[in-house]
Design a protein around this ligand. Structure first.
Ligand SMILES: [Zn+2]
Ligand SMILES: [Zn+2]
Length: 52
């Protein structure tokens, strides 16, 4: 199911498009990134462990 995540330090997630609303996040007021992952891996974050 499609959802939207913040790639900043708050790791926020929303079911709808929008912007980060976390006061302490470096990405505050920046658009959330569309993500279609299952299981909470958040493919849009771009941080993966290459050894698997
Ligand atoms: Zn954020
Ligand atoms: Zn995701």
């Amino acid at each position: 199911m499609k959802h939207y995540i913040c790639t900043g330090e708050c790791h926020g997630m929303s079911d709808k498009p929008g912007v980060c609303q976390a006061e302490v996040c470096e990405k505050k007021s920046q658009p959330l990134t569309e993500c279609n992952c299952e299981g909470g891996q958040h493919e849009g974050k771009g941080h993966d462990h290459s050894s698997h």
